[in-house]
Ligand binder design. Structure first.
Ligand code: FES
Length: 336
């Protein structure tokens, strides 16, 4: 199993798994431009020209649109530019309407809410990196490529997409980095030859992959021998290969700080039950993908059902995403 995290359409500094700010601000859409077929980029600035919260490669923001919908998008701009955020949004005809709003209705000058940034997909130090992007999955990898370059670390980028025209930022990547960038449009070259790229474990190399679920599954399979720390992935959507919850019966959740206890029935999330007891927990995606609802666990063993934590992090039993995760036993104690 590999390191897993989510977002791209779309964590607080007290927890080592997540870094960033949880505050929400109102920003201005300073620019909107088409960067590939079906992809627009948004440049966001503070209305007063002020600094924006700092972020690190792999971070995402919550974009709170004027119609009230909230979506998560990876930051793909320059992390050293303290006054600008940049995201890229793929039009998703089968999506829930967020990308359609951005493409069809959002205009330069509009105000949007922005939560975060959070980072569930941090770039850890390594001798070498192999970045693998599928389509709009290039977005969290762009700042990683720049970071690796700044650190003079050896890296290569394998970038697949449906067609050349649909692959955002391909020209600037190729122009800036030359032969370290491998552009593989499927209609010209077929699928990425993952077995060739991931042949045999390489202890010096970390692989970072973001893209659609079939690509992630193929990369996980090809890198099965790389061990628990070799590969890190970020997903657009929640995993669909989850088993059924371990319990089909109610369990108790004690909220240690507020001195309350709630019963969580089958079909009700811990988040819903906790809120029903009058204790608020921040949430966003409510699918176990964005990281907003991370909650420290004091006692008990969670039945982790998120798409973020690695097996190693799950085994620590010290936190859970209460929008989707449940309990293995009769009782959990949460730091709420
Ligand atoms: S992980 Fe997004 S709200 Fe729980």
């Amino acid at each position: 199993m590999v390191g897993t995290s989510v977002v791209a359409e779309g964590a607080t500094s007290t927890d080592p798994r997540r870094t960033g700010s949880s505050s929400a601000v109102t920003l201005t859409v300073a620019a909107k431009e088409t960067v590939a077929e079906g992809v627009v980029s948004l440049t966001l600035t503070h209305p007063n020209g002020g600094r924006l919260p700092d972020w690190t490669p792999g971070s995402h923001i919550d974009l709170i649109l004027p119609d009230g919908t909230t979506r998560q998008y990876s930051l793909c701009g320059d992390r050293w530019d303290a006054h600008t955020y940049r995201v890229a949004v793929l039009r998703e005809p089968a999506g829930r309407g967020g990308s359609a709003y951005v493409h069809d209705r959002l205009r330069p000058g509009d105000r949007v809410g922005v939560g975060g940034p959070r980072n569930n997909f941090p770039l850890v130090p390594s001798e070498k990196y192999l970045f693998i992007a599928g389509g709009i999955g290039i977005t969290p990898l762009l700042p990683m490529v720049r970071q690796a370059e700044l650190l003079a670390t050896e890296w290569q980028l394998l970038y697949g997409g449906r067609t050349r025209a649909s692959m955002a930022f391909r020209e600037e990547l190729a122009a800036a980095y030359g032969e370290r960038v491998h552009i593989v449009p499927q209609d010209e070259c077929g699928l990425l030859d993952l077995n060739a790229w991931l042949e045999g474990p390489n202890a010096d190399t970390k692989v970072y992959c973001c893209g659609p679920a079939p690509l992630l599954a193929a990369v996980e399979q090809a890198a099965a021998s790389w061990g628990p720390y070799g590969l890190r992935t970020e997903r657009f959507t929640a995993r669909t290969d989850q088993a059924e919850p371990l319990r089909a019966t109610p369990f108790e959740v004690e909220l240690r700080r507020s001195g309350r206890a709630v019963t969580v029935s089958p079909g009700v999330s811990v988040l819903e039950a906790v809120r029903g007891a009058g204790v608020d927990v921040l949430s966003s995606c409510e699918q176990g993908t964005c990281g907003t609802c991370l909650t420290p666990v004091v006692e008990g063993r969670p039945d982790h059902r998120d798409s973020i934590l690695t097996d190693h992090q799950r085994a620590a039993n010290d936190c859970m995403f209460v929008c989707v995760s449940r309990a293995c036993g009769d009782r959990l104690v949460l730091d709420l």
